[in-house]
Design a protein around this ligand. Structure first.
Ligand code: ZN
Ligand code: ZN
Length: 779
């Protein structure tokens, strides 16, 4: 940055004044007091205030001091600040003395950015553990570096009166901290203490010793609903099998794994193989649930993650959780407090009504949750990080995108819904909303969209939605008035979502392996290799389509996909014969009905889905007959390949490259896996170990994908390969693809924070929508 000469003729010759506009996540993170301390230390005069665009600082003093201030402003910014840009402008010096923090004026239109919720910081954690500290044992301790943010904000600007803390009048000591720029709690909006802040309730009654009582109940095997930061959890002792079973039965959860919360990092290492990367994620300010390889013999109840080789672990991220876990069993199930498939409970009245029958007791508090927000989830295997759900700790942090289109709203998909707002230069993804199947979730979806539009002051002109006419998110978009609708193909949106997060302009080869998504030709796609940019795409390769008996109903009965792939590979008679042999849980009657459906094409849409191909192979290898959560068969298949689940011939990990792929055929635009299915059936006849077959199956998918990408590249496609879709949560497949593509000279790309599953769809939709609605493509 070139320094301009000062223009004020009357001021001292050596004095300059500079205005700095700091953009990014800079409000509610202690930026103004930081600027105050820095300016004061350098002997500069001036002021700092919040504006709708960011934080503005004006500093005046010696040229060297002003230059140093500007440099250190970026380098030494508070831990939670994320500076996107600093714009500097020279002003005439005014001769003022001292440095002032200007409060947000009423009537202004802030705020640039609302920060995500932040896990308890080390200083606050120390205070609640020190007997002589005035916040000893206080579960709602927080400061400028930690505590609730997004989940307590009712409106803008982000100031205490616009949060759910507005009803708590600060005591004199808290107010002194809040108003002192030198204090760690200066303008920490939720600042509180025992005397003036929120307090605990047990079963609806004030309970100053609620933590000790709750811990005793948990140790005694009870199920306790615990109100945290973004909603209620259901908790029980993770080493008490009968408590875990009770919770699973009452919640109606099927086989879906439970997340657990453990006392500290040492305990995490007792239950899981914690890589360095995983430890960093566990202890980060975002503090997500980290899915890691489970450690055998840790004593966790087997009902926590049935037929899985992994376990999802988080550390206590609020003072309440820290205090509870210091007295309770060292590992607790901590699963979202909701009935199956409903949004996480966050309102006290409803929580009592709905969670009452599931839990034995309710430990809550009187700080209201303005916006519900689930725990975020990432999967970590060694250095590989796969985002699974983006919510608490990340939302509403924006993703920078270099698109100057009109403001846009993208509705997301049907499963794992999130939506996305796009305004100049940034995309703001919502928290995980859920599957749009029920009234409750739809209602939550609508309210969240309204809240986001108010909070971020976006009036969308463009609304992007999935091509699927039956999605409720599509119908919601079509009911909006005065906006331009842009339908976006499902797998194209997945690919562009990665491009947007990484700033890839494209074109790219987009490998989008998924459950099913509506294709441009009306069939169900899902095993797609596209050549795509941010506007358009070409379907370059796809899995050879097979019938999906009963349509989406086939998802719950993977054996039907098994039969469909057997019939494709062997014909009807031999296919039926193999099905009876390999999938005994598929009754004769059901098999015959499904075969007739396939032969006559009754309610049998064609699908090229990779997810359904995984289902089919999982069924042949004896995975669970009934699917109770999305992706279950593929997750069981991956667990089988690691030798943990099923009749593993050799325990321990098999090296995939020693096993080689099964045969397949790459035709003109078609990946034909009939030879693969025939080979797997042959292996089963020969009594090969399940672990080996499962591992070689993964190797096969990697091999044909790499070969297809290489062929496309040889034909002139770019070397950048984007890997996305729900199937890319499979760490074994992903690791092989990354290695193999690099060996071939191609450049694979993955999401960093945004999930590759349908939770990341809205980002891609928003960008495609804005690109298509913007200026027409240059020739
Ligand atoms: Zn703190
Ligand atoms: Zn107080």
């Amino acid at each position: 940055m070139a320094r301009l000469p000062a223009t004020g003729k009357l001021s001292a010759v050596s004095s300059v004044r500079r205005r700095l506009l700091v953009k990014g996540t800079v409000q509610g993170v202690g930026f103004r007091p930081f600027a105050y301390r820095l300016a004061t230390a350098l002997g500069l005069a001036g002021c700092v205030w919040n504006t709708p665009e960011g934080v503005v600082v004006e500093v005046e003093g010696k040229a060297e001091g002003v230059a140093e201030f500007q440099e250190r402003l970026s380098v030494e910014a508070p831990p939670l600040a994320r500076i996107a840009e600093v714009k500097a402008e020279e002003l005439p010096p005014t001769g003022e003395s001292g440095f002032r923090i200007i409060r947000s004026a009423a009537g202004e239109r802030p705020t640039a950015s609302i920060p995500p919720d932040v896990a308890v910081c080390e200083e606050c954690a120390r205070e609640i553990g020190e007997r002589e500290d005035r916040r000893f044992g206080y579960p709602f301790t927080n400061c400028t570096n930690c505590g609730p943010r997004f989940t307590i904000v009712l409106g803008i600007p982000y100031d205490r009166p616009q949060t759910t803390m507005s009803g708590f009048d600060m005591c004199l000591r808290c107010r002194a901290e809040y108003t002192n720029p030198e204090d760690r709690r200066f303008h920490a909006e939720p600042v509180a203490c025992e005397e003036c802040g929120p307090s605990l309730l047990l079963d609806g009654r004030p309970a100053p010793d609620g933590i000790a009582q709750g811990a005793r109940l948990l140790a005694g095997g009870k199920v306790v609903a615990v109100k945290g930061m973004g909603g209620y959890h259901l908790a029980c002792d993770a080493r008490n099998s009968s408590a875990v079973e009770t919770l699973r039965t009452r919640k109606g959860r099927g086989q879906k794994p439970f997340a657990i919360m453990v006392r500290d990092l040492e305990e995490a290492q007792r239950v899981a193989e914690v890589s360095g990367r995983a430890a960093a994620m566990l202890t980060s300010p975002e503090s997500p649930v980290v899915i890691m390889p489970a450690r055998p013999g840790s004593g966790l109840a087997s009902g926590i993650a049935p037929r899985q080789a992994t376990v999802g672990v988080m550390l206590p991220y609020t003072p309440l959780h820290r205090l509870l876990m210091s007295q309770s069993p060292a590992a607790l199930v901590m699963t979202s407090g909701n009935l199956a498939e409903e949004p996480i409970e966050h309102r006290d009245e409803e929580a009592r009504r709905k969670l009452g029958p599931i839990s034995d007791h309710i430990l809550s508090h009187n700080r209201e949750i303005a916006v519900p927000c689930d725990d975020s989830v990432v999967r970590v295997e060694g250095d590989l990080v796969i985002p699974v759900r983006r919510a608490r700790g990340y939302v509403p942090r924006s993703v920078a995108v270099d698109i100057a289109g009109p403001p846009a709203l993208a509705m997301g998909g049907h499963h794992k819904n999130t939506f996305c707002l796009l305004r100049e230069g940034e995309a703001i993804l919502s928290q995980h909303i859920g599957d749009l199947d029920t009234e409750e979730v739809l209602d939550y979806f609508g309210r969240a969209i309204q809240h986001f539009q108010r909070l971020f002051e976006v009036r969308p002109e463009v609304v992007a939605h999935d091509l699927h006419p039956g999605y409720l998110s599509t119908q919601y978009a079509q009911a909006l008035e005065g906006v331009r609708l842009v339908p976006v193909q499902h797998h194209h949106a997945h690919v562009v979502s990665v491009m947007a997060e990484l700033g890839l302009p494209g074109p790219v080869i987009g490998v989008s392996y998924d459950g099913t998504g509506y294709g441009s030709d009306g069939t169900a796609w899902g095993g797609e290799i596209l050549i795509a940019d941010r506007r358009d795409f070409k379907r370059a390769m796809h899995l050879r389509p097979v019938p999906m008996p009963g349509g989406e109903g086939a998802v719950r009965r993977p054996a039907r996909m098994g039969l469909s792939h057997l019939i494709a590979a062997f014909g009807v008679d031999e296919g039926l014969h193999q099905a009876r042999r390999l999938m005994p849980h598929l009754s004769d009657a059901e098999a015959r009905v499904v075969a007739r459906q396939i032969e006559r094409g009754i309610n049998c849409p064609l699908t090229s889905s990779m997810g359904r191909f995984f289902d089919a192979v999982a069924a042949l290898l004896g995975a669970s007959a009934e699917v109770t959560y999305e992706g279950q068969p593929a997750m069981e298949l991956e667990a089988m390949a690691s030798g943990v689940v099923g009749d593993a011939g050799q325990p321990g990990k098999l090296l995939p490259h020693e096993l080689g792929p099964y045969p397949y055929e790459l035709g003109d635009g078609i990946i034909d896996v009939r030879p693969t299915v025939r080979a797997i059936v042959g292996e089963l006849e020969n009594g090969a170990p399940m672990a080996e077959i499962a591992a070689r199956f993964h190797e096969t998918v990697a091999a044909f994908t790499i070969e297809a990408c290489k062929r496309l590249h040889d034909q002139g496609a770019p070397a950048d390969v984007v890997l996305c879709g729900g199937v890319m949560q499979n760490a074994r497949l992903l690791a092989r693809l990354l290695d193999g593509l690099r060996e071939t000279g191609l450049r694979p790309h993955l999401h960093r924070e945004v999930p590759p599953n349908d939770g990341g769809l809205s980002l891609g939709q928003a960008v495609v929508g804005a690109c298509r609605a913007g200026s027409p493509r240059p020739a």
